[in-house]
Design a protein around this ligand. Sequence first.
Ligand code: HEC
Length: 174
Amino acid sequence: MRSLLIVGLVCAMAAPLAMARAIPNPNQKHAPGNESPQTPIAQAHYSTAVNYQLQCAGCHLGDGEGSAANDTPRMKGFVGNFLKVDGGRQFLVRVPGMSQSALSNAQLAELINWIMREDGMAGKSMPANYQPYTEQEVAAIRHEAMLNLPSTRAGLISQMRAQGIVIDDGISKP
Ligand code: HEC
């Protein structure tokens, strides 16, 4: 009787060890088609429009309409106005969504140039003599932190108002 009890106890103690396994299983195989490691977006050579969809559209929406409910400003028909005021050119690169994106400097320059088109998001807000951004320019300003974004942005918006520009960014009061 006693030895039966001991055998029972030993079995009860050994069972969890016998059933234990490493998680994740080191011998597990990748799902078919998923064998190679993910390519970082900066090396994936997607088109600029795809980069926008992957890195920006989640907040700014597919056409740059933005979302007032989420404090995301409208770029469509408005974003070009930043290039008409002092500091606006740098601001556009230094907003966190841009500067902290996973895109390379060259991809970011291409992306801003893609947004800043009369037949694109900026539309009629484009300044008369648009100077395209370059990889070097983005590299030089991207990593300068913007310490007070709301007041920097408010300063740019009031410069626009002083020029008589209508603030149609979807989030400011008229
Ligand atoms: C997590 C949400 C989010 C993502 C992702 C994001 N943004 Fe933004 N973006 C914002 C918000 C919110 C603002 C308003 C300023 C702020 O608070 O950063 C903004 C501001 C901007 C501005 C300045 C315009 C203005 O009116 O202030 C530009 C230009 C911009 N974003 C472009 C981009 C681009 C291009 C990408 C993708 C590479 C991107 N953003 C990704 C949320 C986002």
